[in-house]
Design a protein around this ligand. Sequence first.
Ligand code: HEM
Length: 271
Amino acid sequence: MIFSVTAKRLISYDSSSSDGKLWKQFDAFIRGLLAFPLYIPGTAFYQCMQGRKEVMKILRKLFDERKKAPSRREKVDFIDLLIDTIKEDKLAMSDNFALNLIFLLLFAGFETTSSGITAAIKFLTDNPKALQELTVIHESLRLANIAPLLFKKSKEDVHIKAYTIPKGSKVMVCPSIVHLNPTIYEDPNVFNPWRWKEIAEPLGGASKDFMAFGGGLRLCVGAEFAKMQMAIFLHSLVTKYRWKAVKGGTMVLSPGLRFPDGFHIQIVHKY
Ligand code: HEM
């Protein structure tokens, strides 16, 4: 559902008439994203690379068709806007860069929010008390650690306490070390959305104690959109429906959040 909503805005993807190929290729890409980079048929990394190749093929075809077509007066999606901006020379961007941007937005707008929503439903199912006060999104993201690793490069020597990170070093940031730190969050493994009543909303969406959306210059551009999408979804779910867990729901971090057996719920209308 999240893929359809985001892809509709970005590339006018129509989930009802599609054969699901684009989504499946994305899924293969995501599954092997942080896998050991062994490029031989059968490995997760190989499937990931094949998935990306196939998605790029589909996107390139769409991009070329749109580029050749006369400019539409009414801009319907992100590709239209991007092509127009490139044509008007407002943006020095190669076609390849533009295609990678669309790929990135499709990926970033899908995997993240859908895992976040699934984690929130899973936690809410296990904690009916939390349903009464729906301030769950930050707590779900703190525990879910959807982006398990962030990569940075130091642009100058950085001195932290007794250490120096030399200029040019690649640094891997692991947000879960902060999110599950008992000196910051009491009983860090417990789903306790009420703790956020005591914590000030992180300024600009991030702080040194909360980095589910990264932080600083590369703060997630979709953070507010993602929180809104999750809030709308949860609002509709809890006001109109009841649900019960049917199957699955096991959460693993490998290293990104995954639900190996999915999380199947049965939904019934409240009225
Ligand atoms: C629960 C949902 C989401 C989570 C947890 C999440 C997490 C993150 C994190 C941690 C980063 C920083 C990466 C880094 O510093 O290396 C990031 C960057 C980014 N995110 Fe998200 N994200 C979410 C939803 C979205 C959505 C819905 C979109 C787009 C529609 C999006 C687009 C991006 C983009 C384009 C960047 C790169 C920003 C840059 O490098 O300047 N994200 N996200």
